[in-house]
Design a protein. Structure first.
Length: 572
């Protein structure tokens, strides 16, 4: 196991059709008994939850079989790539708890070798330079039931193709003027075998190779060969690459054909169903559109399904690995309910997040028979799920804040909170009884007047007296202000992609972010740090935002305590 990596949360979850194939290969003695997987992201955007599943699968499979995993950036398109994305991808993988083998690798590391193999294919009469436009090539591809038409340049001589490909490499042609294509079968029922593109001209500086190259390999030509160069044994891909597998194998066969001795390790592509979540989009193009047009606050906006967005929102690596284990590995595409992801983070934070008091929409409550100027320190358990987290003290005084929603003048029958003449317990403090209240000219309650029973302090004998309601609170004088951002799902529709002719942005949830500037917190939170996580009693799980400071505390809601969306769906 690689240094710094983590054990899979649920080893049983890793027993699937892919592990069966790997076990079979090992039993047959293939690849010298080695297992080397890879995670090959394109550095053209931030990773999302779908990539997290792939990361957990690739690293998890290698760990299960005592193997290793490479990180290789598929940097074959300098138009869309950026070092920012490279750095964010490495940060995300390490945050999830995994460490790749050796230094990160890049497809660009192999550009010289890929070029030599392209020349070899030309010499074997299996590649040619085509001067047709992209539109002409697409029109000649045919359909799945009708064969394509051969390019008029398909039967150029080897010498002519070598000369033209050299000119492509030397920058003597403009972008789009010509491409290099493999010569396979224009009548193949597999469209990907109908003379696929191998190289195109892109005159843009590359983030690693600078201006050395102006021709760049296509994914299908670079991917399998990069696997082969690195000695990858099992190339685990998502299901959309299943139809690419014959081409993956064809390129490898051409390279291996003349090798002597034959290589002992030949990569094998195995496909699994990609992760699709409801109430979100997983397309990098669409996510980039949301970022560039300011529908969200960057790639790490807590509403985004990106790993960095989930991290900023308060998700833990343990919860995401647990989610990946729970959904398992399937052979068919399906849609996973995002409620399962939310359940996983609740389950983890329930065990690990300290409970604290926060009042988001405060109304002042005055305990009229409590001594003025007196402050008591009430003892509260930090997390009843973990005694080792200990206790803390919270200041209690004559004037406190409670949530406005916890008081009603004329409550319904089963309202077990505070109302005129009603009693409730203040958590970890006393039982109080509402005696009166004050309203402003608009009928809004501005102050509540109560009396307390001094014999009912939490932990005292009188505290055994039962009342139906328990409220959280903070002391007016000692509490501290904070901004709280109530994040919800970014889309209001379960399938924002599934409406023909309707832009997915039409389904953006207008209530995906509500900013609360009135929140008051217990003073123990004054020294929190970004990404610290808490359960606000009765309200949900919250995380300190990266923009938070000592002078301006900012908290993001990770999830409510319960799945409120399930209740909303039932009402519709």
């Amino acid at each position: 196991m690689s240094k710094g990596s983590v054990e899979p949360e649920n080893k049983e979850a890793l027993k699937n059709f892919i592990t069966q194939e790997i076990e079979k290969d090992l039993q047959e003695g293939k690849n010298g008994g080695a297992v080397l997987t890879r995670f090959p992201p394109e550095p053209n955007g931030y990773l999302h939850i779908g990539h997290a599943k792939s990361i957990c699968l690739n690293f998890g499979l290698a760990q299960q079989f005592g193997g290793k995993t490479n990180l290789r950036f598929d940097d074959t398109n300098p138009v869309k790539e950026d070092v920012e994305y490279v750095d964010s991808i490495m940060e995300d993988i390490r945050w999830l708890g995994f460490e790749w083998e050796g230094e990160p690798k890049y497809a660009s590391d192999y550009f010289d070798q890929l070029y030599e193999w392209a020349v070899m294919l030309i010499k074997k009469g299996k590649a040619y330079v085509d001067h047709q436009s992209a539109e002409e090539i697409a029109a000649q591809k045919g359909t799945p039931t009708e064969p394509g038409q051969e390019s008029p340049y398909r039967n150029r001589t080897v010498e002519e193709n070598l000369e033209l490909f050299e000119k492509m490499k030397n920058g003597e042609f403009e972008e789009g003027e010509c491409v290099l294509r493999a010569k396979i079968d224009m009548a193949s029922p597999n469209m990907h075998l109908r003379d696929p593109l191998m190289y195109r001209i892109i005159k843009k500086e590359h983030h690693r190779t600078g201006d050395k190259w102006c021709i760049y390999p296509m994914y299908d030509f670079a991917h399998g060969q990069s696997d082969f160069i690195e000695g990858i044994t099992h190339s685990i891909c998502t299901l959309e690459f299943e139809v690419h597998r014959p081409l993956y194998n064809w390129f490898l066969e051409q390279i291996i054909e003349d090798m002597d001795p034959k290589p002992t390790v030949v990569p094998r592509q195995i496909e699994f169903a990609r992760l699709n979540l409801n109430y979100t989009v997983m397309s990098k193009r669409k996510l980039l559109e949301l970022v560039e047009n300011n529908y969200v606050d960057g790639w790490d906006d807590p509403r985004m399904p990106t790993i960095s967005g989930l991290r900023r929102r308060g998700y833990t690596p343990e919860s995401i690995r647990d989610f990946a284990d729970r959904i398992g590995v399937a052979k068919r595409d399906g849609i996973i309910d995002v409620a399962l992801l939310e359940h996983c983070v609740r389950d983890d934070l329930n065990k690990t997040a300290p409970r604290v008091y926060a009042v988001l929409d405060p109304v002042k409550l005055i305990i009229t028979n409590y001594p003025e100027g007196k402050v008591e320190m009430m003892v509260a358990v930090n997390n009843p799920e973990d005694e080792s987290m200990g206790t803390r003290e919270i200041p209690f005084s004559r004037e406190i804040y409670i949530e406005k929603d916890d008081f009603m003048i004329d409550p319904p029958k089963k309202f077990f909170r505070l109302a005129p003449g009603k009693e409730v317990r203040l958590k970890n403090a006393y039982i109080i009884k509402c005696e009166d209240y004050k309203q402003d000219e608009n009928g809004e309650v501005t102050e509540i007047y109560c009396t307390y029973d001094p014999d009912t302090r939490s932990g005292m004998e009188g505290s055994k007296r039962k009342v139906k309601g328990t409220l959280h609170w903070v002391s007016v004088e000692q509490s501290i202000p904070a901004e709280v951002r109530l994040y919800d799902r970014l889309f209001s529709d379960e399938d924002p992609n599934g409406h023909d002719g309707v832009d997915f942005k039409e389904f953006l949830n207008p209530d995906s972010l509500k900013i609360v500037k009135t929140a008051r917190l217990e003073p123990n939170l004054k020294d929190v740090k970004p990404l610290d996580k808490f359960q606000f009693q009765r309200l949900g799980y919250f995380c300190v935002d990266k923009t938070s400071s000592e002078d301006n505390l900012v908290f993001n809601r990770t999830v409510p305590l319960k799945d409120t969306w399930a209740k909303m769906a039932k009402k519709k």
